[in-house]
Design a protein around this ligand. Structure first.
Ligand SMILES: Cc1cc2nc3c(=O)[nH]c(=O)nc-3n(C[C@H](O)[C@H](O)[C@H](O)COP(=O)(O)O)c2cc1C
Length: 209
């Protein structure tokens, strides 16, 4: 079976992409408007694209009526935002933040999350999140009138105490418990792990003999 994606309706393109590129990490993105109103919404078109500079990307789609999402408007205006990773503890609160709250109303506060000042950006960060990345926009690529890809640079990273060993900088994966997005309302935990030791070319070659 094959699909020519450019011949399909956007909703079907979304269905095929979002259900096959899984699991996706979830960014709970905090932004602020020009009056200082705090906004938070989850985005699973999200990943890190590398270091030096430490880079995160977000895929911001349009609303059903074709208008821009609050996150898009706020990042376009100020270029500042905070990306939080989502663990099992804040998964439900994250889900509530996806509801279409009226512009200017804080989803994070409604979800019972605590907003605290950030160090280097104006939008506040969510204290309960395991990891918060204070970000500054590098570029915003408009891929269609309502859809943007934001490339951002991390300035400050906050990590919940106990998650990272201060000497080795190793993450305690048993403590972290991030969740991934599958499709629609389906999510996964990250507790079922396996190790894959990477062979060198020489090891592979030796096995052929
Ligand atoms: C787990 C999850 C992931 C989501 N990922 C995205 C995404 O990557 N891009 C997007 O445009 N909307 C995504 N959404 C939908 C937005 O969160 C939703 O449209 C929200 O109301 C936008 O809020 P805002 O207008 O305050 O930015 C996602 C929703 C959920 C629950």
């Amino acid at each position: 079976m094959k699909f020519q994606l450019d011949a399909l309706e956007p909703t079907l393109q979304y269905k095929l992409l979002a259900a096959t590129v899984v699991p996706r990490p979830i960014a709970l993105v905090a932004t602020a408007d020009e009056h200082g109103n705090q906004n938070a919404a989850p985005y699973s078109f999200f990943n890190t694209m590398g270091e030096n500079p430490p880079t995160l990307v977000l895929g911001l789609q349009e609303k059903a009526d074709g208008s821009l999402k609050d996150t898009t408007v706020n990042i376009q205006r100020s270029g500042q935002y905070v990306v939080h990773t989502v663990d099992e503890g804040i998964a439900e609160a994250m889900d509530l933040c996806a509801a279409e709250f009226p512009r200017g109303l804080s989803e994070a506060a409604a979800a019972g999350l605590t907003l605290v000042p950030s160090d280097r950006v104006a939008p506040m960060r969510i204290a309960e999140a395991p990891v918060a990345f204070e970000c500054e926009r590098i570029a915003m690529v408009q891929v269609s009138p309502g859809r943007q890809i934001v490339i951002g640079k991390v300035l400050t990273m906050h990590v919940r105490d106990g998650l990272i060993d201060p000497d080795t900088l190793r993450v305690d994966t048993a403590q972290y418990r991030p969740v991934g997005r599958l499709f629609g309302t389906l999510y996964c935990r990250t507790g079922d792990q396996f190790e894959l030791p990477r062979p060198t070319y020489a090891e592979w070659k030796a096995r052929q003999e």
